[in-house]
Design a binder for this molecule. Sequence first.
Ligand code: NAD
Length: 480
Amino acid sequence: MDRYVQQRRGCWIDGEERSGGDWVPVIDPATEQAFAAITVADRALVDEAVQGAVHAQESWKRVPAAERGALLHALGESIAGEQEALSSLMVEEVGKPLRAARAEVRSASRLCHYFAEEMLRLKGELLPGACRREQVLVVREPVGTVAAITPFNYPLSNLVCKLAPALAVGCTVVAKPDEHTSLTALLLARLAGAVGYPQGTVQVVTGPGPETGRFLVEHPLPRLVAFTGSAQVGREILALNAARVRKSVLELGGNCPAIVCEDADWAAVLPDLVEQTFKNSGQYCYRISRIYVARSLFEAFLDQFVKHAATLRLGPPGDPDTDLGPLNNPGVLARVRAQIEQLVNQGGRLLLDGRQAARPPLGYYLGPTVIDGARIDPEHTREEIFGPVVIISPVSGVAEAVARANATPYGLAAYWFGRDLGAALDHAGDLEVGSLWINRIHPAYSHAPFGGVKQSGLGREKSHFGLEEFTEPKTIYLSY
Ligand code: NAD
């Protein structure tokens, strides 16, 4: 309790810590104990943060690109230098296993360095005019102050995906991290201040989504809302933005399928498939949650998949040997447990039941869960499962696999395994997703666009596409 009281963290506004009226405890999901508290920013505090960022925007957009790039490189170095502090925070507030937390820090650092360089390659256009001594310039301008709202699962890299390109092109940012995992964002803002970002360029307001998050989206001054989170909240944000005719970049949920064709070298990729299903305890958007396997391979595939999944170690996130830590909070745990229950009632056969896994006595743990979906109606597998659960079903050919893969409101990513590359590329056009991995699973690169179609969102992150989201083209008719 003492520690909880000692670690009270205010919002980060104009280079200072500021508290609101109320406090929300930050719970360690591995111990179920409060170890810190964050303040709840009310409408007035959110307004101060936004006004400060809008004021800072005026001078920040005039800072030469090379200087902005140098600062972003410095932030990338500072993030890497603070790897242990940032990772320990994520272990404690997310429940993320230490190895994964360190990997997230490295990825966030790389994103800063990438955008510091990519920003120098932003292109305009020079078009001919209709008469002599006239030309048309098209230049890219920063969109303005950005409201960046992020979820709990990747509290550092999800924020850096927005912060780095925004700062790179000359925008200022008001961040609203998830209320369960705000400490990481607060540390990041301090690091930005320490490397020399001017006051007001990086602001952080904390508090629950329906209060602080909503106040931020309802504020008239941000020019773009960059949001990562659930489709439900994404829709609410889009509706509020529609009223203001304001740009939104939305990275929402997924329900990602993997297709294993008859000619797949599936045994070779099995460990990667298992990892992409259960990493971060299944709490990430482009995890594999449904696998469609050629009927002739089905039994052998199921058997091997379950054997691999059963070797994953559930344990305290601070332990370097842990594969799966706890889920982040009791709400996610209850939701995923209810989904398991429902799938079983709808005909699913439990082959590995994560509810029965050996686990530490306290904490929101759930082990890897594998369900044979042969008898589940596809209608019941449309929704996202944000936890360590996978449904594996047999299919009679790739046409059925593709149809089942698309039978969801989401369209974030898909995975395809099969030796016939012609078939893979042919069906690539049929799969309704923003990203497709064929035959190998590797991380989403900084220089490759990431985002979804259908209800998985609008716009792209990473790459030059992700950078351009934070700019508006301006057309200048030049006569001389
Ligand atoms: P969530 O939508 O409940 O919360 C996300 C953020 O929005 C939090 O900061 C929350 O406080 C805030 N928020 C909640 N209600 C709000 C409101 N009314 N107005 C403004 N802000 C509000 O998301 P979650 O369930 O905690 O996160 C998991 C979801 O995020 C999953 O659906 C997952 O797939 C998705 N996600 C998507 C990506 C991607 O890149 N597509 C990446 C990570 C997570």
